[in-house]
Design a protein around this ligand. Structure first.
Ligand code: ADP
Length: 424
């Protein structure tokens, strides 16, 4: 085998083409001539493949939908590592000017379709050997202007399409918000009746003489189901209220320690049933200006999760540290942890990790069911206080339980803090 053939063998040719039969044909011809051939069916995949594989030459169909070949060529010319890779336009567009347009866009040559399969290997070799086609200098200016105008027109069309899509999404988002608010309000009224009557029923059953124990058990199951329904409704109502932008915390001076203690009091029974210890550390808890009800909801949700995702017998530790005009509360659990790539999403509405089919229906059981609203609500409350919330965890592992720490940074006096000023 000659040295030239050896050289040819190691050359990689990337062919970007949306038509599968053309892809197969070119692949067969070039592989038969000893080249390594990579294929991409659209411009974006082609750019990614070219960046990864650094081919010796790129053959590019010009007439592709969405991201046309000339735009792909322009994009490649500003992609590090591809600035000088020969790009050869392959196209059936043979009217006058198409060759020039391809060259202006960044291509180095032009092969017309239908491809002459006998000539193709030689044409490729020529371009690999350094051949570069050029536009006549007296014509170049006109083609540059034409190409840049076409790009601007295309950009404008895309912007209009995106604006329209954005408008539709906003409308859908508003409809979704209105739907949630309306249905949760509508459900609230019958729920109040169900709640009241189920309590009356329970009292009547428990107060009756010779009560059947089965009836007592049924009544208590009914009450827990109704309580759970109430919690879900409250979460949805909280979210609808907060999402509608109506959260304007009524700031009063508070002992932060007390707020956290009250949130703990609400989960104390569940924690002791499940033998999860809750430690409230430190004696340097400051006073903060905050809305006691909102802040309790936020800490309640974080604490509720710490319990929910910690197996029986675990531990939740809550501590506070002062940083100048801020206080940082850390809630650490010995639970299943959260994967690093999930940590940015858990504060979004309706995000629940793990398979929701396996959630138990009880919110307080280990990995108990949730709607994915608790942290979204906590985040909005804390941000409405000009604070920040974030999480640290080594990852999710239900056997080793690496645990998670939720940090809440609060300004001692949000009336004095600027938006987004909270820093660690
Ligand atoms: P959910 O109602 O599903 O608990 P949240 O908004 O409260 O919704 O939490 C979102 C997701 O974040 C949960 O589904 C869970 O996967 C994860 N998560 C929250 N807190 C913890 C924690 N302390 N330990 C492990 N995972 C957690």
């Amino acid at each position: 085998m000659s040295a030239q053939q050896d050289e040819k063998k190691v050359s990689t040719i990337l062919y970007i083409e949306d038509d599968p039969s053309s892809r197969r044909l070119v692949q067969r011809v070039l592989e038969g001539a000893g080249y390594r051939v990579l294929l991409a069916s659209n411009g974006l995949d082609g750019i990614a493949l070219a960046q990864r594989e650094r081919p010796s030459l790129i053959l590019m169909d010009i007439n592709m939908p969405n991201f046309s070949g000339d735009m792909v060529a322009t994009r490649m010319r500003i992609t590090p590592g591809l600035e000088h890779t020969p790009i050869i336009a392959v196209t059936a567009l043979t009217q006058p000017g198409y060759r020039e347009r391809a060259l202006i866009a960044g291509c180095d040559g032009y092969i017309p379709k239908p491809i002459d399969i006998d000539a193709l290997p030689c044409q490729v070799e020529e371009y690999l050997g350094g051949r570069r086609d050029e536009v006549k200098s007296e014509e170049a200016g006109r083609y540059y202007t034409e190409y840049s105008q076409a790009l601007v027109r295309r950009l404008e069309t895309k912007i209009r399409e995106l604006e329209e899509a954005n408008r539709e999404l906003r409308l859908l988002d508003k409809m979704k918000g209105d739907f949630i608010t309306l249905t949760s309000h509508e459900l609230r009224t019958p729920f109040t009746l169900v709640y009241g009557y189920s309590r009356l029923l329970q009292d009547a059953i428990e107060g009756a003489t010779n009560t059947d124990t089965e009836l007592v058990d049924l009544a208590s199951s009914l009450i827990s189901a109704v309580d759970r329904l109430g919690e879900v409704l409250n979460e949805i109502l909280d979210l609808a209220r907060i999402a509608s932008g109506k959260i304007s915390p009524a700031l009063i001076p508070l002992e932060l320690h007390r707020v956290v203690e009250q949130a703990i009091a609400k989960v104390r029974v569940v924690a002791s049933d499940r033998e999860v210890a809750i430690d409230l550390l430190g004696d340097d808890w400051p006073q903060v200006w905050a809305d006691p009800i909102e802040l309790q909801v936020a800490f309640g949700n974080i604490l509720g999760n710490a319990l929910k995702y910690t197996p029986d017998g675990g531990r939740v530790t809550i501590s506070a540290a002062r940083h100048g005009e801020y206080v940082e509360v850390a809630i650490t659990d010995t639970g299943i942890g959260i994967d690093p790539d999930e940590q940015q999403f858990i504060f979004e509405t309706f995000y629940t990790s793990g398979n929701t089919e396996f959630h138990t229906t009880s919110k307080t059981a280990f990995k108990g069911g949730g709607l994915g609203l608790g942290l979204a609500i906590a985040k909005r409350v804390i941000e409405a206080h000009k604070g920040r919330i974030w999480v640290e965890s080594l990852g999710r592992d239900e056997d080793r339980c690496p645990g998670s720490t939720f940090h809440v940074l609060l300004s001692l006096d949000p009336r004095q803090a600027d938006d987004g000023q909270a820093k660690t």
